[in-house]
Write a protein that binds this ligand. Structure first.
Ligand code: HEM
Length: 197
């Protein structure tokens, strides 16, 4: 009996590992780091460049740090929000989107102890995360990576790409989100700004 569940677990784990993306901070890479601001919690060691690799690098990476995450399904969107996001979200890799931000985030134990509906209430009904964010589409392209279940130091790796002319708009978006109730549950956050190398 225990053999089947064990096999299932290892297959699931292998599938999950396949989709891992590694963000490696070091001295070379496709993106040059302009600044690394510790917004909350422990800082990350400084790096000058970032590489993004579609692989799990845990054993043979040579940077200052690596952060890993995988894409996942949406937890909080309702049907209408989901459809609107599909319509308004631009792809990553647009040639004019020469600026980027990598913002790793860790939430408090208190957040994770809440039930799903309590989290949704804080996330959207009280903090308006999606409503606020939607107003910045399609200028900002975004991708959310989940890290908590990989045993990583951060729970999420958030990645954004935009034209440098939209930097001030992106700063305003962050200011709005950081004033929200949701952000009272953020215990570690590093704001890393980049340009293409
Ligand atoms: C560009 C506009 C933005 C839009 C449209 C947007 C939209 C969303 C949506 C729809 C989700 C929920 C995904 C799900 O259902 O699981 C989400 C999650 C998240 N977003 Fe944003 N977002 C935006 C900007 C930002 C910014 C600037 C940050 C700051 C770092 C951020 C950080 C996060 C985090 C950490 C989560 C995961 C929350 C959790 O699961 O507890 N987002 N975002």
């Amino acid at each position: 009996m225990p053999i089947l569940p064990a096999l299932g677990d290892s297959v699931r784990k292998r599938e999950a590992m396949k989709k891992i993306t590694s963000f490696v901070g070091g001295t070379s890479g496709a993106w040059r780091i302009l600044s690394m601001e510790t917004v909350a919690g422990e800082p990350l060691s400084l790096a000058t460049h970032l590489d993004i690799l579609d692989s799990n690098l845990s054993e043979n990476f040579s940077g200052n740090w690596q952060l890993r995450g995988s894409r996942s399904y949406e937890r909080y969107t309702n049907h209408e929000e989901h459809e609107q996001l599909i319509q308004k979200s631009p792809p990553l890799g647009r040639p004019e989107a020469n600026s980027a931000a990598l913002i790793p985030i860790q939430k408090t134990d208190l957040w994770w102890q809440l039930s799903q509906d309590e989290r949704r209430k804080i996330f959207e009904e009280e903090s308006h995360h999606i409503e606020i964010g939607m107003a910045y589409l399609p200028a900002i392209a975004r991708r959310l990576y989940h890290s908590k279940d990989l045993g990583e130091p951060f729970d999420f790796l958030t990645w954004f790409e935009f034209d440098s002319k939209d930097k001030l708009a992106f700063d305003k978006l962050l200011k709005e989100l950081r004033q929200s109730k949701e952000w009272t549950y953020v215990q570690r956050e590093i704001d890393i700004r980049l340009v293409r190398s």
